[in-house]
Design a protein around this ligand. Structure first.
Ligand code: GAL
Length: 382
């Protein structure tokens, strides 16, 4: 009898194991559904970006916690790795917020968003940039932060935070930017087209910030074929996108930059290059609420950029399928195939935010399209 009981217990345990997602290898993308990692937990890497290094994909993103406090950085940047893009291994936190020094720019409770990592071939360092707002300042500081590591698995060491291009005009500065402007003393955060009338007496936000450095909020990084890297960020109270070349070591801005999509309030910039042509997908500016994406293309990263409209097709195209972009991923071992990665934010409980990954279709005539898929896999690229 005792053996029978033990046998039954083993049987039950075994059945339980089989149902355990830990043992189910994934072979599809299921946009908007829970996405379990190797420990059976929903992946926690929001506003993320992916580095392909060797044969491995490294997914870095914001670690969120339960409750509204999770909209601030309580933990840091979380890393997951994968070789097939479906199954992700939890590699832990690679950049920790500072829990001991409340004066640190990355002290616990700051806002640390949209981390992106690129590898520098010359210095052999992995360089991370992110949007940073020191604690208790809401979104008013509009800084960018830099961290560095010798390994893609971290740990990343925070180096500095800054406003880009202090004292430097963009290549396409206009005469009126250089005119003396009245000082704007208001400190409160306002980050959308609705704020424009407020600044209308001096639409010269670039000139206003010339001496202290340009505002930098939603951002991404792009490493071109020749190794030159760029940061793209929403600047000038989010009204205008800046594309700014990085220094050779990727740790600073080179001072060469241009402003684009003036007063279009582009956020969540993502970028790729296909057949020598650059494509941007960005969002409008409505906080956590989704809006219609925009796209644009150019033959040169420094423009001119031509807007191509909303790349999304079909139902819910006007909300980017209820999400906001974060990165465009190039699939390894395939000819020019790309995945658009987006976040379905849940500001009331950010840890539950879901991921929307969709194949990006760029046709030969350079039209760029995103179609909703309930379930799909990489064979779509065959
Ligand atoms: C979004 C932005 C997010 C976050 C949010 C805060 O527009 O893309 O990264 O900053 O606003 O409201």
């Amino acid at each position: 009898m005792r053996y029978l009981v033990i046998f039954c217990l083993l049987l039950v345990a075994n059945c339980k194991e089989k149902k355990n997602p830990l043992f189910e290898k994934l072979n599809t993308f299921n946009p908007g559904q829970e996405w379990l990692d190797d420990k059976g937990k929903h992946i926690n890497a929001h506003g993320g970006g992916i580095l392909l290094h060797g044969n491995t994909y490294f997914w870095y993103g914001e670690h969120k916690i339960e409750g509204e406090i999770g909209n601030t950085a309580q933990v840091g940047v979380h890393l997951y790795t994968s070789v097939d893009l479906y199954n992700w291994k939890d590699e832990g936190i690679v950049l920790h917020v500072d829990e001991t020094n409340s004066n640190s720019d990355i002290s616990k409770g700051c806002i640390l968003e949209r981390p992106k990592v690129i590898f520098n071939e010359k210095t052999k360092k992995f360089v991370m940039w992110f949007h940073l707002e020191p604690k208790n300042q809401q979104y008013s500081a509009a800084l960018t932060g830099v961290a560095v590591s010798n390994s893609p698995r971290g740990p990343f060491r925070f180096i500095k935070s800054l406003r880009p291009n202090k004292g430097i005009w963009p290549l396409n500065v206009k005469n009126f930017h250089k005119k003396k402007i009245p000082k704007i003393t208001e400190k409160s955060y306002c980050g959308g087209p609705q704020c424009m009338p407020f600044h209308v007496d001096s639409l010269n936000i670039l000139g206003r910030d010339f001496e202290i450095g340009q505002m930098s909020r939603d951002m991404t990084l792009f490493k071109d074929d020749d190794g030159t890297a760029y940061q793209l960020y929403s600047s000038e109270e989010n009204s205008t996108l800046h594309i700014s070349q990085l220094s050779d070591d990727y740790l600073s801005h080179s001072g060469i930059y241009k402003r684009f999509f003036q007063y279009r309030f582009m956020e969540a910039p993502t970028i790729i290059k296909k057949n020598g042509k650059y494509f941007i997908i960005a969002s409008g500016c409505t906080g956590w609420a989704p809006n219609a994406a925009r796209s644009a293309s150019a033959d040169n990263i420094f423009g001119p950029w031509t807007e191509l409209g909303n790349p999304c097709l079909g139902e819910n195209a006007n909300t980017t399928f209820n999400s906001q972009g974060t990165f465009i991923l190039k699939v390894k071992n395939t000819e020019d195939n790309y995945i658009f990665m987006a976040d379905r934010w849940k500001p009331s409980n950010p840890i539950e935010g879901k991921y929307i990954w969709l194949p990006l279709n760029i046709s030969d005539d350079n039209s760029i399209e995103l179609e909703w898929k309930e379930k799909w896999d990489l064979s779509i690229f065959n």
